[in-house]
Design a protein around this ligand. Structure first.
Ligand SMILES: C[S@@+](CC[C@H](N)C(=O)[O-])C[C@H]1O[C@@H](n2cnc3c(N)ncnc32)[C@H](O)[C@@H]1O
Length: 450
């Protein structure tokens, strides 16, 4: 780094954690609301995440203790693994999306030297400030980012973000500190944006430059400081357990023994056409990990279980045979119910403008879920529970009771009991939209007992 300035004395401030004071209603167990207010959990806004309090509640309810193992086959940004680590319980999580997996790995590294952390973060912030100030008045090189990134920011904000990216990538020799700063800057991408960045649902508006520039440096400093403050408050018991955050595919066999797991707990992709690969488009474009839709497909989309039509390659399947024979052999009734929806959707789609591949999406979703249920059954101990937070769905208005079908597949695989506990009804905010179906959707937890 040029001009490494002697950093001013830096203290990590006391940061309030209001989440400790509020309760989480079961209606919000399927959402990331409380996690957004909680230390460490809040380091990345993942709309697909779920409630950390739900994880705590299940650990308590099923008497899981030190020495036990918890398994999350869709571990995402790490809510279950963080909950396990906080309680000193062993955790094994699998996530197939490499960027999301990296986020979880940063959130799960707590082994900084607490006495040195304040100085180190102070030094990073002083150097970042100097790096940006020395280059004031400069300009972003042409083609620094894919077009979409330019649409999201005031040019001055984007130039600051660009400089911060350079500093973070080149100026922090320690891997773990660099990761921490990289995650802080990743969070800043959303807070510093001038356009709506909530895709895949909200496309970014064209940024006309009439909104004032945001102070990206200040936002980055605030976030990194908050992260450092969180790290000073973590329980020491976390050191007594083993946490394995695996980049992999939970449809495949895991490095776990038969019966090793005391509690499996997860929120899989719902059957609702949410494109997880697209959720991190801004982040992966910004960091230069991807540049195009094709890159995103190859690096992420193709690696995930099917839950969105963007993952379906129509010519590879036939609606009559897409739903696997394995599903039929596990439960004939589930097979018949799913296949009925598939056939209905295959003719309905032809009458719709978008001609979405919901038919194949539904078939492939259940094929994939069956593989995950099978592997989870293998690794669970007798009596152990598999808690699956799920929403049902109604593509083109065809109701698919996902929770019930998944529960029945579980019974077909040998689980001895299946319960469903509802959290809330969903989809009400779309009621006013005449294009939308009128089916009342729900979200809850399927609890399978081995
Ligand atoms: C609903 S999210 C889980 C979020 C998680 N509970 C959290 O708190 O961040 C589902 C996750 O499953 C991941 N996923 C999809 N297919 C997968 C697969 N075959 N193996 C492992 N993870 C997968 C997605 O990338 C996504 O992060």
């Amino acid at each position: 780094m040029e001009n490494p300035e002697q950093p001013p004395l830096f203290r990590i401030p006391e940061v309030d954690t209001p989440s400790d004071l509020r309760e989480t209603k079961p209606a919000d167990y399927g959402t990331f609301k409380d996690s957004l207010r909680a230390p460490v959990h809040s380091w990345f806004r993942y709309p697909a995440g779920f409630s950390y309090r739900f994880v705590d509640a299940m650990i308590d309810r099923f008497g899981i203790d030190r020495g036990d193992w918890i398994y999350d086959p869709f571990s995402g940004t790490g809510t279950t693994l963080i909950g396990s680590k906080q309680q000193g319980i062993n955790g094994y999580g699998v996530e197939a999306h490499s960027f999301v997996h990296w986020v979880a790995s940063v959130k799960l590294f707590w082994e900084f030297d607490p006495t040195a952390l304040a100085d180190e973060v102070g030094r990073i912030l002083a150097q970042a400030r100097e790096y940006v100030h020395l280059r004031r008045g400069g300009a972003l090189p042409a083609g620094a980012f894919p077009e979409l990134v330019y649409k999201c920011y005031h040019p001055d904000t984007l130039y600051q973000l660009f400089l911060l990216r350079e500093y973070v990538q080149q100026g922090i020799p320690d891997n773990h500190l660099r990761d921490l700063a990289q995650l802080a800057l990743t969070d800043t991408l959303r807070t510093a944006a001038a356009a709506g960045t909530g895709w895949p649902y909200i496309a970014p508006n064209k940024n006309t430059g009439d909104k004032p520039a945001r102070d990206a440096l200040g936002l980055f400093a605030k976030t990194l400081t908050k992260m450092a403050a969180d790290l000073t408050k973590l329980p020491a018991t976390s050191a007594e357990c083993e946490i394995r955050n695996v980049l992999g595919d939970s449809r495949q066999r895991q490095a776990l023994d038969d019966g090793q797991i005391g509690l499996a707990l997860t929120s899989p992709p719902y059957l609702n056409n949410y494109d997880y690969a697209d959720r991190t488009r801004l982040e992966t474009y910004f960091w230069g990990i991807t540049k195009t839709w094709k890159d995103i497909t190859e690096q992420f989309r193709d690696k995930l279980m099917v839950a969105a039509t963007t993952q379906v390659v129509r010519k590879r399947h036939d609606v009559e045979t897409a739903l696997s024979e394995e599903v039929r052999s596990v439960d004939e009734h589930v097979y018949t119910a799913v296949q009925k929806a598939v056939i209905e959707l295959s003719s309905l789609r032809l009458k719709k403008g978008g001609k979405k591949d919901y038919d194949l999406m539904v078939a492939l979703y259940f094929n994939d879920m069956l593989l995950v249920l099978q592997e989870t059954y293998r690794v669970l101990r007798a009596g152990g529970r598999f808690c699956v937070v799920l929403g049902d769905s109604a593509p083109y208005g065809v109701y698919v009771p996902t929770h019930d079908l998944v529960g029945k597949l579980g019974l077909g695989l040998g689980f001895r009991r299946f319960d469903y506990e509802e959290f809330r009804t969903r989809g009400d905010k779309w009621k006013a939209n005449p294009q939308r179906h009128r089916v009342q959707l729900r979200e809850g937890v399927v609890i399978l007992q081995k």
